[in-house]
Design a protein around this ligand. Structure first.
Ligand SMILES: [Mg+2]
Length: 251
């Protein structure tokens, strides 16, 4: 899965980035020590290019001080309201959900890597050591984003099939870990888990919209929920809902 930084430039620089991230991660404060009382002091000077360190402080304010949870819940409440109102409008309705930062939270990895992206390497979660993305996904320890789990269960109670479409790569061990993770946190009874083929390259939106087009040969997708615009672009959904994610970008 190309998460956080899909740019090809990251690969030849991987060694340097790894060293840099180790240094940065070692200086990262723990979540328990975060002081939300200071968040009003964390404004950014817009007279020059944005300061990455200040942005990280603001992101932690957003995540730790309640605004992210509130914004996320508000967007999903909108989706649930739409589902309850329009879930019976079509003869064969379906719902599509993205996984990462939509259905599951990888915050532990994001925090561990200080908002960097480390594709390979181990993920021990030891303090001050970066966590490789593939190893993290294999740990199957992402947590549920509870509002989306509620949305999932509302759809299931209305007997509306739910499809997961994820950018996670379709490898047997990763598929097994993703299924384990989803079930462990409470998701159960989805219609299909669509993972990105290993030979699929380039932007995410064409892959995801093509998968939605396949679903629409049988169903009508009434709701598509994701945290990236690339989860939603390309059509094949009556309504799209985008949940907040200022922590990384996937084109
Ligand atoms: Mg996502």
């Amino acid at each position: 899965m190309l998460k956080f930084c899909p740019c090809s430039m990251a690969r030849p620089l991987g060694g340097l980035l790894w060293v840099a991230l180790l240094v940065i991660a070692a200086a990262t404060p723990s979540s328990a020590a975060w002081n939300c009382a200071d968040k009003d002091k964390h404004g950014i000077d817009l007279a020059q290019p944005l300061n990455l360190g200040q942005l990280k402080v603001q992101l932690r304010d957003y995540r730790y001080c309640g605004a992210y949870d509130a914004d996320f819940a508000a967007r999903i409440a909108e989706a649930i309201g739409y589902l309850k109102q329009h879930g019976s409008d079509e003869p064969n309705p379906a719902v599509v959900l993205d996984i990462d930062e939509t259905s599951l939270s990888n915050w532990q990895e994001i925090e561990q890597d200080d908002f960097g992206y480390i594709p390979g390497g181990p993920c021990t979660l030891d303090a001050g050591i970066g966590c490789g993305d593939a190893a993290w996904e294999l740990r199957a320890e992402a947590t549920a984003l509870e509002p989306t789990l509620e949305l999932f269960n509302v759809a299931r109670s209305m007997k509306i099939p739910v499809f997961f479409i994820t950018g996670r790569r379709d490898k047997a061990e990763l598929r097994a870990a993703t299924i384990k993770n989803l079930k462990t946190v409470g998701y159960d009874g989805w219609q299909d888990l669509i993972m990105r083929p290993l030979d699929s390259q380039g932007p995410v939106a064409p892959y995801k919209s093509a998968e939605r087009e396949k679903i629409e040969k049988t169903y009508k997708i009434i709701l598509n929920v994701g945290d990236q615009q690339s989860d939603l672009d390309g059509g094949f959904a009556k309504k799209t809902v985008r949940v907040p994610n200022p922590f990384y970008f996937i084109p």
